[in-house]
Design a protein around this ligand. Structure first.
Ligand code: GLN
Ligand code: ZN
Length: 760
């Protein structure tokens, strides 16, 4: 019998119950018992839901109060000194302290939170473990064992999920004296031994060990350490399923197939091509778990196609075949049944976590009792066909336009050196021109007005006037403090992607399609379901209105194609690059319309440019090529004297600087203040030719830096980039800030620019 199992279920709850409970707890409105009750109710509901869907072996350990990597750090006792409880065991508040930082109080000093970063190439963020050379590990957190008991008491057959020792160490950051993290492996492994022994005593048969780093380019010493680690763990009781996901094993295939464990899970959604070679190399005693249902997107699985692979695998593997989603369903929204307002046809194409479990179970049943699920398979096929042929998806005009794109469409008419002279003549800006990244504070009033408008409580006219008032306020303020290039402030935008997605054809929106981003934060990505086009101008009225309020230059503000794509659920029936090109053409029209309306500078934000990089280096160039091409296709419809800006945050530029240069934006603004301008090294080394605005202050904090501090940062910038090519601006948009600190900081920033003009 092929076994249906799951690698992990979203913990947030279909109504984001966990989010709400966490935030109430942090505010002191819910006590710990209340919070724990919400957690156990969610776990119980999710196990039941999975079991009802037909999953036979249920994950435990996928629940986390904040983040599963953080739970492991606590379990191993890897609690940085600044959070270590003075006495006794760590508590939930220790965990939240590590996640969110601890404020300084009368009794105790403060402690900054652990760093957070993206989990592989997903939009989920984990808390980076901190380890020191003399790091000791000690079993310090009982959650996993408690939840195993809890599930078993409810009658479920469970498979605990742990992050493997190699992946946990890989993700950790060393603190203090430099050393090789791998040296800690021998100290860490005994803990896994202890954990497995305890789980075995609890009656567990299988454990899932997640080692997603096996889909990365691994250094040789890490490959060797994999063998050493698993040879040691081999002695421990329990059957072990090694889970890999988010890509193919490639050069790690032999390594992964031969580790002394009892089963291997592979992701056949991301890397279907690895199936035959793994099947060939897998030792005859091992279970092979095939991840055929996409855990990272919202489309229904093509069951017929999955079944073909499974039938083949079943002939070869028999009882040793397991079936699962490609990765943990953490990255999917919870339950499509909740979508009561979605158009029936669109809804019929989708599957969230609950539905994906049912798909896995259907596949297993179809294998185990041939013929038993013919109706479901036929229905799935019909859905695939309806989607493939739907007029709502395929638009001849969009395809024709894409096909007609010529190489010169993604090239500016003149090289930068010529353009910049024309732009300088037209814009007439001082040296060290000052600007901001786009958004001004999204105040409660703004959000209230939008809410009221969406609920029909105020008219469109009233809403537009409320937003225009915000624009006037932003313009007045910028004029008053003497900024050179103004922005309208983005008051009318809920979110930099959603705002545009709502105005493009080819996007759909869910009401409950929330996915955890980090801790209690969730995102509800828009869904690209069809060919993308722009029915009408999206921003021209707002930006023109803003321009009409000032004699100064007003910068138009758009989100770029790569970021639109990365922060949406993409289609699977066409490539990412094709979707990026469709987006590029749609936004290009907006750029051209802004220019025609008299706007002299247009900024195209590409915040997600770098995070789109594939996990494997060998795939980078292809991505960089189409991503830069999409940006240029967006930007290059304008005259030489129209200035194109782009903005990127959280970026490390060293390894992609060539592509940043290939984007050929006239000005790029980047986040640099926290790195003390070191991020500019890459630009210096490459002799990056265009203009740069290195952020002079961190917008993530309410702190107002003095003008002298910002001027000093600019001096550092000037050591790397010629002064004539530098702009002065904050690190990023100001939407999360309040007005008082925004005003104070920007005043200081303008003063810093003035000082520079006088002294340089
Ligand atoms: N223009 C956007 C803003 O200012 C850019 C945001 C971003 O880069 N994340 O809010
Ligand atoms: Zn930014």
């Amino acid at each position: 019998m092929a076994l249906a199992h799951n690698l992990g279920f979203p913990r947030i709850g279909r109504d984001r119950e966990l989010k709400k409970a966490l935030e109430a707890y942090w505010k002191g409105e819910l006590d710990e018992a209340g919070l724990r009750k919400v957690g156990s109710d969610l776990r119980a509901a999710h196990w039941k839901l999975q079991q009802d869907a037909g999953i036979e072996l249920l994950p435990v350990g996928d629940f986390a109060w904040y983040d599963q990597v953080l739970t492991h750090s606590l379990m191993f006792g890897a609690i940085p000194e600044r959070f270590a409880p003075k006495e006794g065991k760590p508590t939930l508040d220790t965990l939240f302290g590590m996640a969110r930082g601890v404020r300084e109080s009368a009794c105790c000093g403060g402690a900054h939170a652990q760093e957070m970063t993206k989990w592989f190439d997903t939009n989920y963020h984990y808390l980076v473990p901190e380890v020191q050379q003399n790091q000791q590990f000690k079993l310090s957190w009982e959650q996993l064992f408690e939840e195993v008991d809890e599930a078993r008491a409810q009658g479920y057959k469970v498979k605990p999920v742990v992050i493997g020792p190699m992946t946990w160490l890989w993700l950790a950051k060393t603190k203090g004296a430099e050393f090789n993290k791998l040296d800690l492996l021998d100290r860490l492994l005994p803990l896994y031994g202890e954990i497995f022994q305890r789980l075995a005593k609890q009656g567990v048969e299988w454990v899932q060990i997640d080692e997603p780093i096996l889909v990365l380019d691994l250094p040789q010493d890490w490959k060797n350490a994999f063998e050493r680690a698993y040879n040691l763990l081999q002695r421990e009781p329990l059957k072990k399923l090694l889970a890999t996901y988010f890509g193919g094993l490639e050069d790690n295939t032999g390594l992964a197939a031969n580790l002394p464990v009892d089963g291997l899970h592979i992701d056949l959604v991301r890397a279907p091509e690895q199936y035959p070679s793994i099947l060939d190399r897998l030792p005859a005693y091992k279970v092979l778990s095939l991840g055929l249902v996409n855990g990272r997107n919202i489309w229904r699985c093509d069951l017929q196609k999955a079944l073909q692979t499974l039938q083949h695998a079943h002939e070869r593997l028999g009882e040793r075949l397991w079936i699962a989603p490609s990765c943990s369903l953490l990255h999917s929204p919870v339950d499509l049944a909740r979508e009561d307002k979605l158009d029936a046809e669109l809804k019929s194409w989708l599957a969230f976590a609950a539905q994906k479990c049912a798909e896995v179970a259907t596949l297993a049943a179809a294998i185990n009792q041939p013929g038993s699920r013919d109706a479901a398979i036929a229905e799935s096929q019909q859905v695939q066909q309806s989607r493939a042929n739907s007029k709502r998806i395929h638009k001849a005009e969009v395809k024709a336009r894409l096909a007609a794109v010529k190489p010169e469409d993604s090239r500016r008419h003149a090289p930068f050196a010529e353009r910049i002279d024309l732009q300088r003549a037209r814009l007439d800006l001082p040296d060290f021109p000052t600007t901001t990244i786009g958004s001004f504070p999204q105040t409660a009033d703004i959000r209230k007005a939008r809410q009221a408008f969406k609920q029909g409580q105020i008219s469109e006219t009233d809403y537009v006037e409320a937003m225009r008032k915000e624009i006037r306020h932003a313009v007045d303020f910028q004029e008053r403090i003497g900024l050179d290039v103004l922005v309208h402030g983005e008051a009318e935008r809920n979110d930099m992607v959603e705002y545009f997605a709502e105005q493009l054809d080819g996007y759909l929106f869910t009401r409950f399609g929330w996915v955890q981003s980090y801790g209690s934060r969730c995102v509800k990505p828009a869904v690209i379901y069809g060919d993308l086009s722009r029915p009408k101008a999206m921003t021209v009225e707002w930006i023109s209105y803003a321009q009409s309020q000032t004699q100064k230059v007003m910068k138009g503000m758009l989100t770029g194609p790569v970021t639109m794509l990365m922060w949406s659920f993409p289609r699977e029936d066409v490539s990412r690059e094709e979707q990026a090109r469709q987006l590029a053409l749609a936004i290009r029209d907006e750029v051209v319309d802004l220019e025609a309306a008299g706007i002299k500078i247009v900024q195209i934000d590409e915040a997600a440019f770098r995070e789109g990089l594939p996990l494997r280096k060998s795939a980078w160039q292809h991505y960089l090529d189409w991503a830069t091409e999409a940006f240029r296709l967006t930007a290059c419809g304008v005259r030489n004297d129209t200035q194109i800006h782009t903005h990127m945050c959280y970026s490390e530029f060293n390894d992609v600087i060539e592509s940043i240069a290939a984007m050929d934006a006239d000005v790029i603004t980047i986040e640099t203040s926290r790195s003390d301008m070191e991020l500019l090294d890459a630009f210096e080394r490459f002799a990056y030719p265009n203009e740069i605005g290195p952020g002079v202050y961190d917008i993530h904090s309410p702190r107002v830096p003095p003008a002298s501090e910002m001027a000093a940062l600019m001096e550092k910038a000037m050591q790397r980039i010629p002064a004539q090519r530098l702009w002065v601006n904050p690190d990023c948009g100001l939407k999360t800030r309040a007005w008082p600190e925004t005003e104070a900081a920007l005043k200081n920033m303008v003063e810093a620019a003035q000082t520079l003009r006088e002294t340089v």
